[in-house]
Design a protein around this ligand. Structure first.
Ligand code: CDT
Length: 315
């Protein structure tokens, strides 16, 4: 049996601070059209794919950063992307900064969000980033800021999965990919394809010894997550030097075996394509990682009952 899906991972190069949404959407559409020429059915774009990675800058007035956020999806600038994708019969996954409408108390929320759109233009799902990395306060000692914890609220809906594209699809965003719980929660719901956009600065200020390992860690976590849960993983970067900050590229499509089947060669706008057999997942889900047969949840209690490390007394 095989269930083939042709997937395109549409890596983006840098987006400058003054680049308009209209111009970025033109770049996304160019990648969509390239994808169409390769028979792609689903295109995955990076995290925060419509703007520069704005959390690298501090803004005293938090609300002054709201112009980086979308209050409608599609909105006027993104509608052409939806229209062209539907015309081409291609589905897509898009990361963007989401500003919610005011609730009854007049409060708005800011999320780091990804949506999944089917080939007929139907919005299948919205995922809001769960693990928000970086820091809350301005830290001028850094070469650049990573203020996601200042600009974004954490997503509260967890890791859902959806029937789409002939399989069971889930999403995660950037830092989520470093946490095994992310994959396992989706794995326990039968996920066959996980879509992930990322912006990963090469320089990690709290421990620069990790800088040279960024590519290794990126592959390590996604390959392990794919293998241990018998799922395809598509990791898509916004790479290159953006406003003076070098970010990891190395966009990859990873099989349920943990093998990389396609990888970007550049740090710019680049489409990579793979024909993915969703039935390949069965080999891993039905053997080594047959959860029903082999898992021992009765001894995993600490995973959900405890947040930080607690060294047991008396050891
Ligand atoms: N965008 C994002 O989540 N980036 C983080 C950077 C490391 S934490 C400062 C990542 O995990 O790649």
């Amino acid at each position: 049996m095989s269930r083939m899906l042709t997937i395109g991972a549409a890596q983006l190069g840098p987006i400058s601070r003054d680049e308009s949404r209209d111009r970025v959407v033109e770049r996304l559409i160019a990648l969509l059209r390239q994808a169409a020429e390769h028979g792609v059915e689903l295109v995955v774009f990076p995290e925060l794919a419509l703007t520069t990675f704005f959390p690298r800058w501090w803004e005293d007035d938090r609300a002054a950063a709201d112009h980086w956020f979308e209050s409608a999806m599609p909105g006027p600038e993104t509608q052409p992307l939806f229209d062209e994708a539907r015309r081409l019969g291609i589905g897509f996954c898009l990361g963007y900064a989401e500003l919610t409408p005011p609730d009854e108390a007049g409060e708005v929320k800011h999320f780091n969000t990804q949506i999944l759109v089917e080939r007929d233009g139907t919005v299948v799902a919205k995922y809001r980033k769960v693990h928000i990395p970086g820091h809350e306060d301005h830290e001028p000692w850094r070469k650049f800021q990573h203020l996601e914890r200042y600009y974004f609220d954490p997503g509260e809906d967890g890791f859902g999965v959806w029937r789409a594209f002939g399989g069971i699809v889930g999403m995660m965003i950037c830092n989520d990919r470093r946490w095994p719980e992310t994959y396992r929660v989706m794995g326990l719901q039968g996920v066959e394809l996980i879509l992930c956009g990322y912006n990963t600065p090469i320089h990690y200020a709290p421990d620069p010894s990790q800088d040279i390992l960024q590519g290794f860690h990126n592959a390590l976590v996604m390959q392990a997550g794919a293998y241990q849960n018998g799922t395809w993983v598509v990791g898509v970067a916004k790479g290159g030097n953006e406003e003076g900050v070098d970010s990891l590229a190395q966009t990859a499509i990873i099989a349920p075996s943990g093998q990389i089947v396609a990888q970007a060669l550049t740090t710019g706008d680049e489409l990579i394509v793979a024909r993915c057999d969703l039935d390949w997942c069965v080999r891993y889900k039905g053997t080594l990682f047959d959860f029903e047969r082999y898992r021992r949840p009765e001894v995993y209690g600490l995973i959900t009952s405890q947040k930080g490390v607690v060294v047991p007394d008396g050891i």
